[in-house]
Write a protein that binds this ligand. Structure first.
Ligand code: ATP
Length: 325
């Protein structure tokens, strides 16, 4: 095993609050262990284009509390081709980078897995996505902040409910995963939660709305963007059709869910896995995602982290049914 001297770090895919805290942790811990760090801007695209710069402990001052990512992020079609990955590898060699920390979601780790198979380049990943849809960690960096942003917004939406029979259909992020919807639905006292993992039954939704207490000031339905009934506007249209007397409102929360200062949970998670990533590379780990399971650092092969679909806990859906009476 050759000794690692220079760690390249990049963020990729969708940005998530807490990525900066992870970057800081990697840079500071690498410095602590006398390793050099090379920042790579704009993910795989920047790697291909040679957007490299030296980082030291000062370059990550005053970023732990900032949302987004100071390294910028991008999606790269080129990296999906063998030619693009060859260019990326050549750039890494030119800049004397001999190991990588990738911060991103399942797409990022799919790319990292392929790259790690093709080239002799140790890579470890940090779970940075608001979706929480990776195996090998209880929570991903950004998820806690995002769900807190959602409940803050839903609380405000609820405050505007002054008349009876007002229904709010609130769409939250989650094209392939209902984990944001599931937790925020419970935390905001929703009447129903619609997610991609279960079939959406509008009749069933309308029955629930009809049979819920008549004296409720507002009824909230949380919809993950990837559910299969056509999205919040279509659901709203059908609810209106069945209950013309309801004042039905649609709210798409959109990109505010990605922004904002990372929560304490996300900062601590990012700091722990960031340090563990550097230690893992020093110990010879490669092609693994570093996460936290049951409060312990865990190492999950990329292949496993991305392959398996997260099972939705059916008790969560039952909770909504019980608590919304
Ligand atoms: P999020 O979950 O927040 O969207 P992500 O990491 O899943 O983050 P993607 O856009 O899916 O985001 O992936 C990020 C990048 O990873 C892609 O733009 C591409 O460069 C690379 N990537 C994804 N799939 C592959 C693949 N099959 N081969 C090579 N690279 C890939």
């Amino acid at each position: 095993m050759t000794q690692i001297k220079n760690i390249g770090i990049f963020t990729s895919g969708g940005d998530a609050p807490g990525m900066n805290a992870a970057i800081r942790a990697v840079v500071r811990s690498a410095t602590y262990y006398d390793l050099e760090v090379t920042g790579i801007r704009r993910g795989y695209e920047g790697m291909i284009n040679g957007e490299f710069f030296a980082m030291d402990r000062k370059s990550v001052s005053n970023i732990i509390q900032r949302g987004g990512t100071i390294l910028k992020t991008a999606r790269s079609e080129q990296f999906k081709t063998p030619e693009g990955r060859k260019l990326a590898y050549d750039q890494l060699k030119t800049h004397n980078v001999d190991a990588l920390v990738a911060i991103g979601g399942d797409g990022t780790f799919t790319g990292a897995r392929i790259f790690g198979q093709e080239y002799d380049m140790p890579i470890v990943g940090l779970p940075g996505t608001i979706d929480n849809d990776l195996i090998g960690t209880d929570f991903t960096i950004g998820y806690d902040t995002a769900i807190n942003t959602v409940i803050d917004a839903v609380d405000k939406i609820r405050d505007t409910a002054e008349s009876h029979d007002r229904v709010f259909i609130v769409e939250v992020m989650g094209r392939d995963s209902g984990l944001i919807a599931l937790r925020t639905g419970i935390a905001s006292g929703a009447e129903a939660i619609l997610i991609p993992e279960t079939k959406t039954d509008i009749n069933n939704l309308c029955d629930r709305l009809e049979h819920s207490r008549k004296d409720k000031l507002s009824k909230i339905v949380i919809v993950a963007e990837g559910e299969d009934a056509g999205g919040a506007f279509e659901i709203g249209r059908q609810v209106k059709e069945r209950f013309p007397h309801y004042d039905t409102r649609i709210s798409i929360l959109g990109h505010i869910q990605r922004g904002g200062r990372p929560s304490c949970m996300d900062r601590v998670l990012a700091s722990r896995v960031g340090v563990a990533a550097v230690e893992a590379l020093r110990d010879g780990h490669r092609n693994e995602m570093i996460g936290i399971i049951h409060n312990e650092i865990s190492y999950t092969p990329f292949e496993h982290a991305i392959k398996h679909h997260i099972e939705i806990n059916p008790n969560f859906l039952k909770l909504v049914e019980i608590l919304s009476i």
